[in-house]
Design a protein around this ligand. Structure first.
Ligand SMILES: [Zn+2]
Length: 82
């Protein structure tokens, strides 16, 4: 099996999966499980540059290190970018 052929179309074959941060480091409270698909790297980069980020339940937009009203962190926070 060819690993590149098995990768999703938009994924960079050199990218390793980014582990999720599942608990708030400040409070130890578990983050809710994501209910929307993880954005690709370019989308996340734009969200960081624009300081306008999507939460893991699809709520949008928020500060890159923020949470939505439902307690979901942004993808940037969950992926440890901010
Ligand atoms: Zn929400």
């Amino acid at each position: 099996m060819d690993a590149i052929a098995d990768a999703p179309t938009l994924a960079d074959p050199d990218d390793a999966p980014v582990p999720h941060i599942t608990h708030d480091p400040a409070t130890g409270r578990a983050y809710p499980a994501p209910t929307s698909p993880e954005p690709d790297f370019v989308t996340l980069a734009h969200q960081l540059i624009d300081a306008c980020a999507e939460a893991t339940d699809g709520c949008f937009p928020f500060e890159p290190d923020g949470f939505c009203a439902h307690g979901h962190p942004t993808w940037l926070r969950r992926l440890g970018v901010v």
